[in-house]
Design a protein around this ligand. Structure first.
Ligand code: SAH
Ligand code: SF4
Length: 397
């Protein structure tokens, strides 16, 4: 794997501290509520709030504007008033890394101490997918996952989820939405955190991301991945109409409980039933089962047979993920031959079973590597800077 970084920059100027309300990332209802709350000062008649909301929404999400003055169908005096109260600025991008394979990782500071990562992966589904985070940290402790070693800081808001998409669109230069040959076409909730422990924000964020007058990403191009929060799977499907991915990783309860403690609470029988009941499931809307290949743990032909049996009758495809190592883990990635044998068996049973090429490993952007590695990277950058300045490095990052 090449380790050369093409670029390590944080070239987006920090947004100065600002008391204004950030409208970028908000949904229609929230924008309307803000306009209504200030209607006396803005001098927007109540019956015009909806129309103004529609205009602003379109400018933010179709054109990606960040300046009020760009909104040419809104008269100048109102634009000036809006600019006094509201900002369209993005949060600060603390770090933006581009891998030799084209993967882009953004470390975004949503608020003091609230930093999240999102990763743009080119060449997925013919175009490209943005992997977004739903929480800072995770309450779950899957023991092969680096994010799982970090406590939950907090859930992200719907706005903070949508902002990850806006930032990637900005960076890829893909405004307006009508632009042809966009690369950011798909969204996967496979970044930090468990999206099904933050279903309200995830659901609301989809309403904005999928809105046809805005970002316009189809619901079937959005995949929500869960470690198996069974009671939330059906309601999430009803609410979002998104595609479902299950982090399965083991096809028997003993092993799964050992590597994913959530399996104790929601064992495989319940999880598979929730999958069978997933709204809209059919052969063109299959569930993706993610299966991380851990050497000597879950990768033998016996395990492949268990998996095939478990999936029987479910429209499914299996994503085999080579384990991405991180400092301190005892797990090792399965040998390539072992992975191929496993894939061949699952494939022969009638399930597509692509082996996911690790992307962005050189920038710590691969599955399960998010957040802590970037903290480490930033710590080393800090140390270098401190050495250059002759000052002691703070080591809290
Ligand atoms: N919490 C959700 C969303 C995160 S998705 C979930 O678990 O589904 C991130 C995916 O990467 C999950 O399938 C996760 O199990 C997998 N993963 C975690 N650590 C990994 C690692 N070190 N190597 C490869 N895949 C990993
Ligand atoms: Fe959390 Fe998913 Fe990692 Fe498990 S795999 S610790 S649920 S982020």
């Amino acid at each position: 794997m090449a380790t050369q970084l093409l670029k390590t920059v944080s070239d987006t100027p920090a947004v100065p501290a600002d008391d204004r309300i950030r409208l970028a990332g908000l949904g229609r209802k929230e924008i309307a509520a803000h306009l209504t709350a200030l209607e006396d000062d803005l001098k927007i008649e109540p019956k015009k709030v909806r129309m103004r909301t529609k205009q602003i929404f379109h400018w933010i999400y179709n054109y990606g504007v960040t300046e009020w003055d760009a909104m040419t169908n809104i008269a100048k005096p109102l634009r000036e008033k809006l600019a006094q109260h509201f900002t369209l600025a993005r949060p600060e991008i603390v770090e933006r890394l581009i891998s030799t394979d084209g993967t882009r990782k953004y470390l975004i500071r949503m608020a003091p101490g609230i930093e999240v990562e999102s990763v743009f992966i080119p060449d997925v589904s013919k175009t490209g997918a943005l992997c977004v985070s739903s929480q800072v940290g995770c309450t779950l402790t899957c023991n092969f996952c680096h994010t799982g070693t970090q406590r939950l800081v907090r859930n992200l808001t719907s706005q903070e989820i949508v902002l990850q998409v806006l930032i990637a669109r900005d960076d890829l230069g893909e405004w307006p939405t009508t632009q042809e040959n966009r690369r950011l076409t798909n969204i996967v909730f496979m970044g930090m955190g468990e999206p099904l422990y933050n279903t309200d924000a995830v659901g609301d964020s989809l309403d904005t991301i999928c809105d046809g007058e805005g970002l316009g990403i189809g619901r079937r191009r959005i995949t929500v991945s869960t470690s198996g929060v069974v009671p939330e799977i059906g309601p999430m499907g009803e609410r979002t109409k998104a595609m479902l991915a299950i982090s399965l990783h083991a096809a028997n309860d003993d092993l799964r409980t050992q590597i994913m403690p959530i399996n104790k609470k929601y064992p495989l029988a319940e999880l598979m039933q929730a999958c069978r009941d997933y709204p809209g499931l059919n052969n063109s809307r299959r569930i993706t089962f993610e299966y991380v290949m851990l050497k000597g743990v879950n990768d033998s032909p016996k395990h492949a047979k268990q998996l095939i049996k478990l999936l029987r009758g479910i429209p499914a495809k299996v994503n085999l993920i080579p384990f991405n190592p991180w400092p301190g883990t005892d797990y090792v990635c399965s040998d390539w031959e072992t992975i191929e044998t496993f894939a061949d068996m699952v494939n022969a049973a009638g399930y597509a079973s692509p082996i996911r090429t690790p992307r962005g490993r050189d920038i710590f952007a691969a599955c399960g590597q998010l957040k802590s590695e970037s903290e480490k990277l930033r710590a080393s950058v800090k140390r270098k800077a401190a050495l250059a300045n002759g000052t002691p490095a703070d080591t809290d990052a």
